[in-house]
Each structure stands twice: as C-alpha cells, then as structure tokens.
Design a protein around this ligand. Structure first.
Ligand code: ADP
Ligand code: MG
Length: 319
C-alpha cells in the first residue's frame, strides 16, 4: 500500500460522519462549518513509541487511547469534541498493524461523535499526533484559572487505576484474576469525560483533565488561579481493584502520581454544590469532593486523618 491508498482505505472515512464537515480528508485542507455564538477549542497530543507506549502494544488500543486522550482535553474545557486531524509518522507500512490501529481510532472517534478530517503521513520513528477541535458556547469554556478561595475541589471516577494497569502490564505487581481486566482496561482504554465536562459549564469555576498525575497536575490550577488547595488524601476515590491489590502507601502513590487516568479535576463554588449533584446525577459517573481551595497561592497541602501528609513525588515529566 502506498501513502495515498493507505489514507484512502484506512483514514478517509474514520469516525462519525458529521453533518458540519463540508470537506474532510482529500484536499489541501478540511472545511468545517462553524456555529454562530460558539468558540472553537483546539488541542494537540502526541504519543511517541517508547515514551507513551510499548512497541508491542495492541494497535487497536493505541488507536483508542490516542483519540480518548485528545478528546479528554476538549472535554476538560467544557467543549463538545467535533473534528480530529492525525499526523502519523511511521517507520514502515505494516498493513495489519495499521488496519487495527485505524479501526481502534475510528471506533473511538465515532463513539465521541468526532470525524477525522485530515492529517499528514510521513516516514520516521513511530509517533502519533492528533489535533482535536471542539466547540463551546461563546465565553463558556472552563479554564484552569477560575478557582476561587473557598471553592470545593472535585474529581470524577477513581484515581490510580491506570497506574495499576501499567504495573500489571509491566509484570511488576501480583493482581487477582478478578481485578486484572479492570486495571488493564483502565490503562489501555481510558474514557474521556465528555458529557460531564459539558454539564460543568455553568457550575465549575475551573477544570482540567488529569493526564500526568493528580499531585502534579493540580498545581496547574493553583498556579493559573493563584490559589492554594487543601486535599484530604483519605477522600481520594480508589477502586476496589487498587485497594485489594496494593498497600495503602502504594495505592496513594498510584492515585497521586500515577498518570493517564484522564479523570476530571474541577472546582465548584459553595453556592453551586446543590446544582452539581442534581445536574450530574443522570450521568451515572461518580464525583467526589476531595478538598477545598485556599488562599495560600501555589501551595498544595495534603492531609490524612487531620495530620499533614508528607508527599513529594512528581508526576511524569518529559524533561
Ligand atoms: P498536502 O500535501 O496538501 O499536505 P497530503 O498529500 O499530505 O496533502 O494529504 C492528502 C490528504 O490526506 C489531505 O486531505 C490530508 O489532510 C489527508 N491525510 C494525510 N495523512 C492523513 C492521515 N494520517 N489521516 C487522515 N488524513 C490524512
Ligand atoms: Mg501533507
């Protein structure tokens, strides 16, 4: 297969066929219909072999994850994900591998109502980059800079499962048969919290998705909002799989520093807490209050059983 056959066969029709795509793959650029009164949200995420995934990873899972992590960033802005482009750098054309990758990518894009509208294909060390675009009603994007002193700090889902899945994948931990599938699923097939992100538009004062570990990532909200936070580590939502498999110390380390959970972290003013519970109840996604925003700018204070909890592991950093 040469480059253009490859694009035509595997990527030209990937994802959901959106009515607002006037022109998708095949021209010099895609033509997308914008809505009046909406802002465009744009984000890019790259996955590099050896850094973000193992060479032997299931290509279908890789296709899934590449889309989910990009859609997660759009979701964290409170936006509706719409369009994707894909920059693909491949060492060779391995057709079965590419087919499975494209299927995983297309299924996941379809699940989130996103269409692949373009990209670029080049030869080189395996690297996958997606640019995701979404829309949000004008002025309604939820940023990292809006947290205020006294706001409550919430998270969706459970923390640490993806880190557990990575330990399982690497054969570094014993896990029961009962929990193995859950941990691996959470590591390989993360879910972007798209519906919740949009539901938070008029409720959350700030929001972000957690890709590099809660402990490190929350600092972005603290820095951009010029506030501090007091987090009760006993309140961190941990799955039964994590509790049963790890010691308490290890479980907390997975939850605080393990990356790739792609859950949302958000802050809610006191007077919006009631609407939060009502608005989120139909989604069946667990949300947990883990602490409060304080006036100690840039300072993250962790507590356990009302005692200071000493912790200084960083999340993942490339440099
Ligand atoms: P150009 O040379 O104008 O950049 P290309 O020949 O690189 O165009 O690509 C042809 C068409 O295929 C373009 O519409 C481009 O967006 C699309 N495309 C290229 N690579 C990919 C890919 N990996 N996935 C989806 N679309 C792609
Ligand atoms: Mg090109």
């Amino acid at each position: 297969m040469h480059e253009f056959e490859l694009i035509e066969q595997l990527f030209a029709n990937a994802g959901y066929k959106r009515p607002d795509v006037s022109l998708g793959v095949g021209d010099d650029g895609a033509v997308l219909q914008l809505r009046d009164g909406f802002d465009l949200v744009v984000t890019t995420d790259t996955m590099v072999q050896g850094v973000h995934f193992f060479p032997d990873v299931d290509p279908r899972a890789l296709g899934h994850k590449l889309i989910a992590v990009n859609v997660s960033d759009v979701a964290a802005m409170g936006a509706e994900p719409c369009w994707l482009s894909l920059a693909l750098t491949l060492p060779e054309v391995n057709e079965p591998w590419l087919r499975a990758f494209a299927e995983g990518l297309s299924e996941t894009a379809d699940y989130y109502n996103c269409q692949l509208v373009g990209g670029d294909t080049t030869k080189g060390p395996l690297s996958l980059t997606v640019c995701a675009k979404g829309v949000v009603p004008r002025g309604k994007a939820i940023t990292r800079s809006g947290a205020k002193v006294g706001d409550h700090v919430y998270v969706t889902g459970n923390f640490g499962d993806a880190a557990l899945g990575l330990l399982v994948e690497q054969g570094q931990i014993e896990i029961s048969k009962k929990h193995r599938g859950h941990a691996l699923q959470r590591f390989h097939y993360p879910t972007a919290r798209v519906a919740i992100g949009q539901a938070l538009r008029n409720i959350a004062s700030s929001c972000m998705d957690i890709s590099d570990g809660l402990f490190g990532d929350i600092q972005h909200i603290l820095q951009r909002s010029k506030v501090g936070a007091l987090i009760d580590v006993n309140k961190l939502p941990l799955s039964q799989a994590l509790r049963d498999t790890c010691s308490e110390t290890q479980a907390l380390q997975c939850a605080l520093s393990g990356g790739e959970d792609y859950e949302l972290l958000f802050t809610v003013p006191e007077n919006k807490r009631g609407s939060l519970e009502i608005l989120l109840s139909p989604y069946g996604v667990q949300v947990t209050c883990i602490g409060r925003i304080t006036g100690a700018a840039g300072k993250l204070e962790l507590r356990q059983n009302d005692q200071p909890f000493d912790y200084n592991h960083q999340g993942y950093r490339h440099f």
